[in-house]
Design a protein around this ligand. Structure first.
Ligand SMILES: [Zn+2]
Ligand SMILES: [Zn+2]
Length: 358
């Protein structure tokens, strides 16, 4: 085993360099992960630019990871139920385990937030707190899940993303079989939310996007989504009315975080329906016609990050029921992380998610 790990460090806004770090001693409660693949998340883009609320430097990004247990301490092996050589996906959070949020099951809200590749800087040992690296440290109080050998890495690294979809659809909106679900935003989050809706038996499941989303619409169809609507070419309100026999949607999940889509979503929900806001605007103030909420007596629900839903997300990944790997359209070696990020930020039409392969 090498004694060092190469990792990509964001040293300042929009400046990433490849560096070497010593590999840490693995204590009884620690896990050292050999990273197989890491996906570039939308929030990584903001962390890279320095505009994320958790932006600080220097930092190794990456929280959507799959890899192999390179070394593991005795207590960690017991806590996580995994052993050396196992293929695993870690959740993005380290939790304290005793606050109200952790004990109540919403450990993603544990304060102060300790998220791999997001909040940790890499200026102190054991340095390797992010997935844009050959090796990554998993601290005590984390969660890791075993991934079957035949699951494509491109799917396995998206476990937390699928967990988000399950949280919004099942935990937050409590969608029942036969209810109609419209997802506004056809990006990776919208598409994993669509999988969650299909999985709970929603019908119809509809994804709304724009002309640049053609490839995403295609993937949505491959997942089994009933209808896709291009809002630049079609009247979305009328289409949803048709698809729901005039009722409009029982549940709408807004995943785009675009002010115009947030208002559009309000118009797509039926009277007394549920509206989950999951897309973030980056702290912008958004103006809405709030009379719509009043008149329709809507439930507006915030959807943040996954917690226990990742357990089921990994079960779904291991079952290989949906070709989730299709969400990763581009792969780059670690040393080309800057190119990978540039491509992701340019968001060409053929790109959904970009992954790094250390
Ligand atoms: Zn993410
Ligand atoms: Zn806590």
């Amino acid at each position: 085993m090498p004694r060092v790990s190469r990792a990509v460090v964001v040293e300042a806004p929009e400046k990433m360099i490849l560096k070497e770090f010593p590999l840490p001693e693995v204590g009884p409660k620690d896990l050292l992960l050999r990273v197989e693949m890491v996906s570039i998340c939308g929030s990584d883009r903001l962390l890279y630019k320095g505009t994320h609320k958790a932006s600080s430097f220097p930092k190794i990004l990456g929280h959507e990871v799959v890899g192999y247990v390179e070394e593991i301490g005795e207590l960690a092996a017991e806590a996580y139920g995994v052993k050396k050589g196992d293929r695993v996906t870690p959740e993005p959070y380290q939790m304290c385990g005793h606050c109200e949020n952790c004990l109540g099951g919403n450990y993603a809200a544990c304060q102060p937030r300790k998220n791999y590749g997001v909040s940790f800087t890499c200026d102190h040992p054991p340095y390797l707190f992010g997935g844009y690296s050959e090796y990554m440290v998993i601290l005590p109080g984390s969660k890791v899940h075993k991934v079957e050998p035949d699951v494509p890495a491109e799917a396995a690294c998206l476990s937390s993303l699928l967990g988000n979809g399950l949280r919004w659809i099942r935990t937050k909106a409590k969608v029942r079989p036969g209810e109609s679900v419209v997802i506004v935003g056809a990006g990776a989050l919208g598409l994993t939310t669509a999988i969650a809706a299909l999985e709970v038996g929603a019908f119809p499941v509809v994804v709304v996007g724009i002309s640049a989303d053609e490839i995403k619409f295609k993937v949505a169809k491959e997942f089994g989504v009933d209808e896709t609507i291009n809002l630049e070419k079609e009247n979305v309100v009328e289409r949803v009315r048709e698809l729901t026999s005039g009722r409009m949607a029982d549940v709408v999940v807004e995943c785009a975080g675009v002010p115009a889509s947030i208002q559009l979503g309000l118009e797509l929900v039926r009277t007394e329906g549920r509206y989950v806001l999951a897309g973030v605007t980056g702290g912008r103030q958004v103006s809405l016609v709030t009379d719509t909420i009043v008149n329709k007596e809507l439930q507006v629900i915030g959807g943040h990050g996954q917690a226990w839903e990742v357990e089921d997300a990994v079960r779904l990944l291991n079952a290989r029921k949906y070709p989730i790997e299709k969400l990763i359209t581009h792969r780059f070696p670690l040393q080309e992380a800057e190119r990978a990020m540039a491509l992701f930020m340019a968001a060409p039409k053929d790109c959904i998610r970009v992954a790094l392969v250390p």
